[in-house]
Each structure stands twice: as C-alpha cells, then as structure tokens.
Design a binder for this molecule. Structure first.
Ligand SMILES: Cc1cc2nc3c(=O)[nH]c(=O)nc-3n(C[C@H](O)[C@H](O)[C@H](O)COP(=O)(O)OP(=O)(O)OC[C@H]3O[C@@H](n4cnc5c(N)ncnc54)[C@H](O)[C@@H]3O)c2cc1C
Length: 316
C-alpha cells in the first residue's frame, strides 16, 4: 500500500483527474469524512461539536497554489469572516486558524503582484493574524512542499515580531527538520510537528517510513526538551505512545504542549487522549477547494481508494 502513495500524489496533479474528482457533489462520503463542509457555518458547527467533546480546533479554509489575486483576497476575507463568526459564537478561544501561504498570494505572478507574491502573502497573513489577535486566538502557518520551507519560515519570523503567538509546521520527513527544530525550540515558539504529506525527492526527504518515524522521534525530543510549545500532530499510535513517554521524561506539564489530529481521522483516539487530561486540537478543513487536501489524505491511506472509487462511480 505504501507503494501507492507516490502514484496517487502524482495522479493528483492531472487536471483531468481533478475535473473528474471535483465533479462529485461535496456530499460524497469520502469528502465529508475529511471536510467539515463548504461554508463558514459548517466550520463553526463542527467546532462547536468538537468543543462539546472536550477538544479544541484549528480551522483551515481550503485552497492552495493560488495564482489569482482576487482568489487570494477572497481567502483572506473568508478567514476574517470565520474569525468573526467564531468570536460571535463564543468559540474563538477554543479555535485557532491554519493558513497556507500559497492560498493567500505566495505564488502570484508578477502581473498580479508587482512587489512579489511573498510580500503579498506576508501582508495578507498579517491581516489574518491581526484579526485572530483581536478575538483572542492565533494563527499557525501550514507547511507545503520543500521548495517553500525557507520562505515560510522567513514569513514566520516577520509575523512573530508583531504576533509572537504565530505558529509553524515542521515536517519530520525532511532531512533539514531536526536542525529547524533546534532553531525553533525557543520560548513562546509554537511548532506543530507532523510527518509530512507531499511527494518529496530523496535528496531532501527520508522516503523510508521507518526513517521518517525515527526522525519524528528525534525532532519531538528536541521540541519537548526546548522552551517552546510543541504541537504533536500525528495519528500514529506508536508516535503518540512515544510522545507521552517523552513528555514524562522531559517533565513537561499539561498545558505546555498539545496533541493534534485531522478531522475525521481516529476520532475515538482524540476523545480518549482528551479524557486522560491531554489537550487535543483537531484540524478542521472547510470550503469548496477540497481537492488537494483530499488527495493527500487518500495518498496517506490508499485503503480508502476503493471507497473513493465507489463514491466516484455512484455520483450520478
Ligand atoms: C493537525 C495536523 C496538521 C497537519 N499539517 C500538515 C502540514 O502543514 N504539512 C504537511 O505536509 N502535512 C501536514 N499534516 C499531515 C501529516 O504530515 C501526515 O501526512 C498525516 O498526519 C499522516 O501521518 P501520521 O503521523 O498520522 O502517521 P501515519 O503513519 O501516516 O498514520 C498513522 C495512522 O493514522 C491513521 N491515518 C493516517 N492517515 C489517515 C487517513 N488519511 N485516513 C484514515 N486514517 C489515517 C491510520 O490509522 C494510520 O495507520 C498535518 C497533520 C495533522 C494531524
């Protein structure tokens, strides 16, 4: 099954496959099992449900690789509306937001962004961080493929000058990540550690699952021994058990770190950990641009492929 990961991620880049997949109604089971819905109200409703179960959330307005300035602006507007809606529902302190820089301008062509896409993404991220701060919550920058790591970490440094609570994601499959963990394990620094979801070349990434797991544990140790706030993002039972062991070993108190999982994946484990007194935050994606997100989830678990193909066939 692991052999299917790369072909699925490659196939996901085909426009024909994208057209076929996105013609499914969003109600198709496979999409709704990973995505809250298309509207702000869906994200708020799911947050309310999860908070009722003792969980927190981080909400992602779906979209990535935007090359259109109007689309980037619409994404910022969606985040501002979401933060306001969370505030009005009294949920803003239980929910933060996750943002992909490529969705808010990082890849805009020169014609759309004369000062450069990176500048536009930074200014847009600032607007979202300001709105988040105004309602008492924070932003975490998602990490995309390895060509964007330096730019994302640079943007993080800029944002943290005004919004020190801004977090970032590091991917254990990248060979550079242990060094990045050392650099980011400083006081006040929020770092979400995940394994990594993109199709990366061997020069920059571990491709063997066991090597990725070993890297995850090394990085986790660095973060837990450091001064920052580690966000342990994994569904892997072994990584979770090792993390809890390292938490004890490093003398971390509850509230100085948290576990994170994706919406729809191992929900019983999410509530089990919360019932043990752990902080557990669920990553809740919503919006119409679910394609890239869904394909990464399928690539992680090719067993879902048959379910997915059935929902494609029965879409009429
Ligand atoms: C909160 C959060 C934020 C993330 N942000 C990013 C990011 O910014 N950049 C990035 O590259 N990646 C991100 N990821 C994805 C991450 O990199 C992994 O691809 C994903 O979490 C699967 O890895 P795993 O640690 O759960 O371990 P795995 O070994 O892949 O999975 C462990 C177990 O989890 C379950 N599982 C895992 N995936 C699925 C699935 N799709 N469907 C059903 N069950 C599944 C299965 O039981 C599996 O055996 C994020 C993950 C989380 C939890």
């Amino acid at each position: 099954m692991a052999l299917l990961r790369r072909p699925i991620l490659m196939m996901a880049r085909s426009e024909r496959v994208k057209d076929l997949v996105t013609s499914m109604p969003v109600s198709a089971g496979i999409v709704t099992s990973y995505v809250a819905g298309e509207e702000t109200a869906d994200a708020v409703r799911v947050t309310k449900e999860l908070v009722g179960q003792g969980l927190a959330t981080t909400i992602d307005y779906l979209g990535e690789d935007t090359t259109d300035a109007a689309q980037a602006e619409a994404t910022v507007t969606a985040y501002l509306e979401l933060l306001q809606a969370l505030h009005e529902a009294g949920l803003a302190t239980s929910a933060e937001v996750s943002v992909k820089l490529s969705a808010i301008g990082q890849y805009l062509p020169a014609a759309e962004a004369p000062a450069g896409g990176a500048r536009v993404a930074l200014e847009n991220a600032r607007r979202i961080c300001r709105a988040a701060a105004n309602v008492g919550t924070t932003v975490t920058l998602d990490m995309e493929d390895h060509t964007t790591t330096d730019a994302t970490l640079h943007t993080l440094r800029e944002l943290r000058q005004d919004f020190p609570g801004t977090g970032a994601v590091l991917q254990a499959y990248l060979r550079r990540t242990e060094a990045d963990c050392h650099r980011l394990a400083a006081e006040g620094s929020r770092v979400r550690l995940c394994k990594g979801a993109y199709d990366e070349p061997e020069e920059v990434a571990f491709t063997d699952r066991l090597e990725v797991d070993r890297s995850y544990v090394r990085c986790l140790r660095v973060l837990l021994e450091g001064e920052g706030y580690p966000m342990i993002a994994t569904h892997d039972p072994r990584m979770i058990a090792i993390a809890r062991h390292l938490v004890d070993e490093t003398g971390r108190e509850p509230g100085t770190y948290e576990f994170q999982m994706l919406y729809g994946i191992r929900p019983q484990e999410q509530t089990r950990l919360a019932s043990l007194g752990e902080t557990v935050r669920v990553y809740v994606p919503y919006g119409g641009e679910w394609y890239g997100y869904l394909m990464r989830r399928l690539a992680e678990r090719p067993q879902n492929l048959s379910f997915f193909l059935r929902s494609l066939v029965s879409r009429t």
